[in-house]
Design a protein around this ligand. Structure first.
Ligand code: SIN
Length: 502
């Protein structure tokens, strides 16, 4: 137990980053309140299939993991942040195991290691085959439930409370009431903003609330133009991820004539960096006027069911027997590399505000995240932010917080016109600020987004708050994309320069 002065800490968000930060802060003796938008543990983490990257295999090392991370990041990663990620990674995976995460193991007890794109080695630890995030979430939620951590569920982050130039709490909406929660520091772990796009692997609540609140509070935000599109989402029914680990096991991407077209874009074919594969699929689908196919038939029914039980079940529920026939796939918005700018301990530019996990821009991912580095990043930087609380210098509040006496409709009260405005924005972002961008398209999108923002009334419903957050992020994303005139990583301007992977 630390001898640090006891502080009141609010953690917002309950994916791996928020749960880790809350546990570490509580174990260090701080008084922790964990606020989450829906149920404890909901969000992107339980949907994560592939796993957590760690250098365990023969011939592998933290240095090789770092090199792969930097290479995927297309030259824009922060090398110090990557060093921290791979250096602290082993301890965090060991911690997950100690907290009860049952990673898949071989008969001799060693961790089973999967392979994913742009990794030079098989190094992905996984659980339940393709249910890694759900297992991590289960174990960490159970720990939080047993810890002296106050959990507030179904609470929507309206804004950060800033006093004397520091983050000193949050304003949240719960049961229709606006409530101010005072704290000595705030750790944002609110995830990303996949709901900016018409097609996304992210859940409905991924509306960038934390990044938007940080922007309004004056914290530095960067790299929003780098949205990662996952190459393989089942192109039938609601977006459902087909893990990159399936390609890591040997599945191929083919066109309607059975040709492995990704080799036209990159010598590593299906295991090229994710941005390259996504663009290759998008172009192929455009020219052939239909989805491309993922062929996993060579893996056989038994192996597919054992290694990928979740994907096996869902594809069969949707009418596909992927052991016998290739399945249609399409890219979808998956992970935001940009976010609230932080240092190596999760500190933002606003004193008292920390950001961890997808909401943060640590610099680890650069222009394109290496697969299975995101759960790792959440665990590593969640723990580091909690440790850094000890070094926080506090000033007394200049004025006491008082909650405004306002009520708003509940979370699911989404009016039809708000839903249709969101759909319009998502389609605009998909068409103009998506995988393949042009200067003209970005300019038009920015004009439209600005008009939508100008016409929007002050938010009076929860859905309107989400919409305002999405519009704000859309404007910053489109502006950043327009300002970045050369293609790099996930930001791709057409006509493309003649680069490998273009
Ligand atoms: C996947 O399983 O393909 C997703 C892994 C990731 O996004 O890191």
């Amino acid at each position: 137990m630390s001898t640090a002065p006891r502080m009141n800490i609010v953690v917002v968000g309950s994916g791996i980053a928020g749960l880790t930060a809350a546990l570490h802060a509580s174990e260090a003796g701080h008084s922790v309140t964990l606020v989450t938008k829906s149920r404890l543990g909901d969000g992107c983490t339980p949907l994560a299939q592939g796993g957590v990257a760690g250098a365990y295999g023969p011939g592998d090392s933290a240095a090789r993991h770092a090199a792969d991370t930097l290479s995927a990041g297309a030259g824009l990663s922060d090398t110090e942040a990557v060093d921290v990620l791979v250096r602290d990674g082993a301890a965090r995976i060991a911690e997950l195991i100690a907290r009860g995460v049952a990673f898949d193991r071989a008969a001799d007890g060693s961790l089973l290691l999967g392979r994913e794109a742009a990794h030079s080695h098989a190094r992905i630890v996984h659980a339940g085959g393709d249910a890694t995030g759900a297992e991590i979430s289960r174990a960490l939620v159970a720990q939080v439930r047993q810890a002296p951590i106050e959990v507030i569920e179904n609470a929507f982050l309206i804004d950060l409370v800033v006093d004397g130039g520091s983050a000193r709490g949050i304003r949240m909406l719960r049961d229709g009431a606006l409530i101010d929660l005072e704290s000595d520091a705030v750790i944002l772990a609110t995830g990303g903003a996949g709901q900016l796009y018409a097609h996304t692997t992210n859940p409905i609540g991924a509306t960038g609330d934390g990044i938007a609140a940080a922007l309004r509070a004056g914290a530095a935000v960067a790299d929003l133009e780098f949205m990662q599109f996952h190459p393989t989402v089942l192109a039938a029914g609601p977006a459902f991820l087909i893990s990159e680990a399936v390609r890591g096991e040997g599945a191929t991407l083919i066109d309607d004539e059975g040709r492995r077209f990704v080799f036209d874009s990159h010598p590593d074919g299906e295991l090229a960096p994710r941005d390259v594969v996504s663009r290759a699929i998008a172009r192929q689908a455009e020219s052939h006027k239909g989805p491309v196919l993922l062929d996993a038939t060579m893996l056989g029914a038994e192996r597919l069911a054992a290694r990928f039980p979740t994907i096996d079940r869902v594809t069969r529920e949707r009418g596909f027997d992927w052991a016998r026939e290739p399945i249609p796939v399409t890219p979808a918005a998956h992970y935001l590399m940009g976010g609230v700018v932080t240092d190596l301990d999760g500190r933002s530019s606003l004193p008292g505000l920390f950001a961890v996990g997808e909401v943060a821009r640590t610099g680890v991912h650069g222009a394109n995240r290496l697969a299975s580095n995101s759960l790792l990043e959440g665990a590593v930087f969640g723990a580091r932010a909690a440790a850094a609380l000890e070094r926080l210098r506090l000033a007394p509040l200049t004025q006491p917080l008082s909650s405004p006496a306002t009520t708003l409709p509940p979370l699911d009260d989404r009016a039809a016109d708000e839903t249709s405005r969101r759909t319009q924005l998502q389609q605009l972002m998909w068409d103009r600020v998506g995988l393949l961008r042009t200067e003209h398209g970005l300019s038009e999108a920015l004009d439209t987004i600005r008009s939508l923002r100008a016409a929007a009334l002050s938010p009076a419903t929860l859905a309107a708050h989400e919409e305002a957050n999405l519009l704000l992020l859309a404007e910053v994303t489109a502006s950043a994309a327009l300002a970045r005139t050369t293609s790099v990583g996930a930001h791709h301007m057409t006509p493309a320069p003649a680069l490998i992977g273009a």
